[in-house]
Design a protein around this ligand. Sequence first.
Ligand SMILES: [Zn+2]
Length: 365
Amino acid sequence: MKIERFLKAEPANIAALTKGYTYQHNHDYQIMMVKTYPLEDTTYALFPQKTNKYELSEFGKEYQHKIKQEKFIPQYSAIIDTILWFSPEEEIKKRILTSLCESDFFRIWKPEAPLQYFNNTRNAYIILFRVYLMRSLFNLSTVDQQTKQTASRITHFKLHDPLENIIFKPVLPDDLFQSKKEGIIEILKRTAPNQFGLYQDKSKYLEQLNAEYLNQYSFSKEEKSNIIQISEEVSLLSITDTEKESIVKTRVGQTYFRSKLLEKYGKCQLCEIDDERLLTASHIKAWAKSSNEERTDLNNGLLLCPVHDALFDKYLISFKEDGKIQISGTIPQEKYLFLKIDINSKIEITDYNRNYFKWHLSKLL
Ligand SMILES: [Zn+2]
């Protein structure tokens, strides 16, 4: 079994998934909450990250304490077993999450935490993982930090070198895992019949879920016509193209692109800056050179921190066909560090954004 990705989540969460404390206490969750989109259906190595303590219950804090003492060893992997989707309607979410809490699921969090977590979301997914103990370990140096993808608080990364791991043994015996899973499904059936979906035939349903996810990241008809209207207004102004670009960046980028890109990426696409106040949304292909269709295509959007935005905007950095950074020869190498230029930077090029990046690369200084 090959493992190419790893999953980072709160230590208490990972502890609940792995260490078996929960098993002893008869509370093994083997679940994770993912609010914005379902995770890719693959095998993940598990690794804990910092926890937002305020959401943990006393029980959860106890886990966290244990994990700190024991120095968590990354020796667990997880495979998606089932994806639960439920209606994003506030009333339904509340009903489902409250009854799951009352039935002692999510015990590592404070009862109000799951609800807060799904607050104002358009999607609500709970993923049930089957967790296994692996034979071999991995360390963080094998992680490709550029390939971070986020599903809200859970982030997953690509490993430089896939782990050729033999899945060792499941943390929970089959019958116990099945009964826990059925327990969750029962609660959903009881509290919100017809308001939830169950995806167990993963090949088909993940495809479907991903299609929904992609749709979510496009503009509605109304948003599109607003963007075109702003574009037309700005193009009539008797100012230079550069000045027009900057107005459009504020009115279109910051209004329409930003919130969607924030939801999708949550941070600068080139570094770890995630303070929303510092993130700017830009067009990859300049607005002035774009058709109306390109102006209203979210794939033409990019979310960057101030330094990376300026570098990209001024054509001092761009990205090649394979996504790797191309740095302008006008920048001396010794300045890279100060300008936050990392020669290993990589961006995800897809069929949807390839031509925009191609255009941008042709403008590199
Ligand atoms: Zn950045």
